[in-house]
Design a protein around this ligand. Structure first.
Ligand code: NAD
Ligand code: DAU
Length: 353
């Protein structure tokens, strides 16, 4: 099995690469990533020496390059994670999201279709998507695989479009595809623009914690390593043409999650109780901010036997320990262009005084 994983130098992709290279030594894993601000080969230091792993730097929006890569390698399977992934950036620069998330996905679909040329036995194109395509819930309800798409941000619209293209390649050309839609991930190696690592970094540096609006939005959090194990199960056992929701039934109002995170940080940094939460600053709400996400993953649990491995409180504690134990990683990824981004988003640099 020669497997192409796109976006393997990013947050979730690096956990997926690590999972597959270690668990399947007989598979060859090619990690294709253009190394944007979010891609970092430092996320894979512990596995990059393994003989079944190789890295290719390249951009999925470059159609000629993608066609050549597929012709030269004859992959048996693709797990496609490469994307622009941050909602706030999509509000500021939507076109990049169209290019990578939509055009990039179509380039991969076309290349797979051409190189597999109707011989689909043993082949699989697995597209990694998000629960945000389903839109926003009120205080009741839950997203199932049958919930109609209703994306609101440029990010979720681009992911919804890419999901539709993947289904179109299945229905029109018979490409063997599978899609999963996952809830919010957390854990090691997440870029500190997303809520949890951003707030860990800011607490570490005693910087304000910018809570959008009242902090009443709800997200459904999943340990990233559990997402990687779900991807393994779906890649190997998912039904051709099917969709699976992934989530851990773990809803948190932002402000409650932030309270828990502040308590853990006070303890780990041996600060006075309440010191971290005094950094909370309510700022203008995100435009089009979805109120609530909640994922029903019973199809995946019942049909394919997957279940999440750890409780959120334990996972959050481990996450804090990882970031505090890897402050050099945090320093490295928050230098350079990050400071410009942070200044534009929040009006002040996030590190240094
Ligand atoms: P990330 O931003 O951490 O990583 C994205 C990776 O894709 C980076 O390594 C980047 O360099 C690479 N990339 C971006 N543009 C590229 C291009 N044009 N060509 C090649 N590589 C490119 O993202 P993530 O949070 O790890 O998300 C991975 C996937 O999972 C995305 O498709 C995202 O939509 C989906 N997802 C994320 C979450 C979450 O909570 N983070 C939840 C559900 C689904
Ligand atoms: O639901 C899955 C999605 O989860 C993925 O598809 C996306 O790639 C991923 O980025 C994530 O999207 P969110 O927008 O939910 O994640 P983020 O960490 O940006 O924000 C989580 C919540 O915290 C959200 O309600 C906005 C709020 N927030 C975020 C930031 C960065 C703040 O209040 N302040 C902040 O500074």
């Amino acid at each position: 099995m020669h497997l192409l994983i796109t976006g393997g130098a990013g947050f979730i992709g690096s956990h997926v690469v690590r999972h597959f290279v270690k668990r399947y030594p007989a598979y060859t894993i090619t990690n294709l990533d253009s190394l944007t601000y979010a891609g970092n080969l430092g996320n894979l230091r512990d596995v990059e020496h393994l003989v079944n792993y190789r890295f290719v730097k390249g951009d999925i929006t470059d159609q000629a390059f993608i066609d050549r890569l597929f012709l030269e390698n004859r992959f048996d399977g693709v797990i496609h994670l490469a994307a622009e992934s941050h909602v706030d950036r999509s509000i500021a620069s939507p076109v990049e999201f169209v290019m990578t998330n939509v055009l990039g996905t179509v380039n991969l679909l076309n290349a797979a279709r051409r190189v597999w040329d109707g011989c689909f036995e043993g082949k699989r194109f697995y597209h990694i998507s998000t629960d945000e395509v389903y839109g926003s819930l009120g205080s009741e309800g839950i997203f199932t695989e049958r919930t109609p798409y209703d994306p609101h941000s440029p990010y979720s619209a681009s992911k919804a479009a890419s999901d539709h293209f993947v289904r179109a390649w299945h229905d029109t050309y018979g490409l063997p595809v599978v899609i999963s839609n996952c809830s919010n991930n957390y854990g090691p190696y997440q870029f500190p623009e997303k809520l949890i690592p951003l707030f860990i970094n800011n607490i570490r540096l005693k910087k304000p914690l910018p809570v959008y609006g009242k902090g009443e939005n709800v997200r459904d959090w999943l340990w990233v390593i559990d997402h990687a194990s779900a991807i393994d199960v779906i890649f190997h056992k998912g039904k051709n043409g099917d969709t699976y929701n992934i989530g851990g039934h773990n809803e948190w109002k932002n402000i409650d999650l932030i309270g828990l995170l502040c308590d853990i940080m006070d303890r780990k940094l041996q600060r006075e109780p309440g010191e971290s939460s005094s950094l909370i600053t309510h700022v203008a709400d995100r435009a089009g901010h979805d109120l609530r996400y909640a994922i029903d993953s019973s199809k995946l649990q019942e049909e394919l036997g997957w279940s999440p491995s750890i409780r959120f409180e334990e996972g959050l504690e481990k996450t804090v320990e990882w970031y505090l134990g890897n402050q050099d990683w945090l320093e490295q990824v928050t230098s350079g262009a990050y400071l410009d981004y942070y200044g534009k988003m929040y009006g002040s640099p996030s590190s240094g005084d």
